[in-house]
Design a protein around this ligand. Sequence first.
Ligand code: ATP
Ligand code: PRP
Length: 213
Amino acid sequence: MTLTMAMPKGRIFEEAVQLLRSAGYNLPSSFEQSRKLIIDVPNESLRFILAKPMDVPTYVEHGVADVGVAGKDVMLEEKRDVHEVLDLNISACHLAVAALPTYQRGELNPKVASKYPNVASQFFKEQGEQVEIIKLNGSIELAPIMGLAGRIVDIVSTGQTLKENGLVELEQIRKITSRFIVNPASYRMRAGEIHDMVERLATVIEGDGSEDH
Ligand SMILES: Nc1ncnc2c1ncn2[C@@H]1O[C@H](COP(=O)(O)OP(=O)(O)OP(=O)(O)O)[C@@H](O)[C@H]1O
Ligand SMILES: O=P(O)(O)OC[C@H]1O[C@H](OP(=O)(O)OP(=O)(O)O)[C@H](O)[C@@H]1O
């Protein structure tokens, strides 16, 4: 029976496809170029659905996909009812708080802009700081420059975006890698196939797997 896998379009996609290929899955060479959102690979009994990275856990939670690949950032933000079974150790980056170098704490209810409102609000709560979160969908670095918010919570990878926009990192919130996630019912009903996939992927994962959950 075909197993449905939700894949994030964009950055993670290529690395995830590469990992699957190294694990021995025979995926057609046209895979990466296609604009199709559903790609069947009958010889591997796999169906791929290509979703927005933030939506992958939603497809998996609802069971329309049995398994999927999602960034830990997305898992923390979305808090979906799925099993996170493997750290794939791909698409590494980190979540951080950043601001203009001139930023000074002190304001009452200071504003923080982020594409990750839940992560940001939990982080500042844990720090005992009351903030107002402003949800943005991208170009987060604009917010401090334009005076929309004093600080941002965003993904940092090379640090180039912060640097080119004159921002500095204040604190690292946590390291991020992509995870292999599984629908709880599929995990029970299709345990054999899913364990097989997890084992195949586990053998080709690079790094020491020391990332905490
Ligand atoms: N430099 C980076 N910036 C953003 N995400 C990164 C970076 N490096 C790795 N990632 C990972 O890639 C995922 C985001 O992928 P991508 O940037 O393609 O999508 P997106 O920006 O969330 O989507 P979209 O811009 O289409 O709304 C994140 O969830 C994160 O885990
Ligand atoms: O540290 P860097 O290597 O520069 O990467 C980090 C940047 O990449 C992401 O933005 P993205 O390119 O996804 O655009 P967005 O602003 O539309 O989210 C992220 O939100 C940062 O802005």
